[in-house]
Design a binder for this molecule. Sequence first.
Ligand SMILES: [Zn+2]
Length: 224
Amino acid sequence: MRTLAHLIYETAGKPDVGQVKTSGICYICNEPLNSGVAVSDRLTTKWTAQHDVANYASQWMCPACVWGLNERASHPDMERLFAMRSFSHIAAHGRWQVLSLRDKSVMRATLLQPPGGEWGMAICTSPLAAPHAVPFTPAGDWGYDWTISFGGDLVRNTGEFETLLRAVESMLTSGFSANQIKTGQYRPGVVAGSFNLWLSSESVIAPWRESALFSLAVFLASKE
Ligand SMILES: [Zn+2]
């Protein structure tokens, strides 16, 4: 599977990750490779993402997946080396953006107006305890039918993302807290003050409350 790691690695100019010539299939992404790094060289027994691995039988990781797991990556916009998993990433149109939690507006805009061509996005929700996501995030030319990684889980837009986001945002703008919207435990006074808006928004949200797509909408919602 082509992933965000491939897009990022290609955009970065395919840096040397210590790979040697070999042949086979990548342990992580299942793509054929003609150079790689031995799995036993990079992954210790502390490795906790085995369940995401595509090809257990392989002894090799492709350079793109190695790069995507990098704990000391570099990027022209970043002042120092950084762990890939501690930031959010968007790769599109041959460009790689490294984003922090301050850049939610960029993530929001990208999902509302998806790039053309092959692209991918991984959102890191907790930089201090982030799972590896980049090598497990699919890349695709999928318009609004996107799949991204959000806090380590894959979230697919089945078409409702914008509707959910707008409903959450109109509630926020009307004084409902993110926590009330998230839990459905509204304060009666706030509901009474904006009853019609609450009713129409809550009817959109309610069926989605336990879904990852809804969590993503709450995470990215901004007050207008
Ligand atoms: Zn790979």
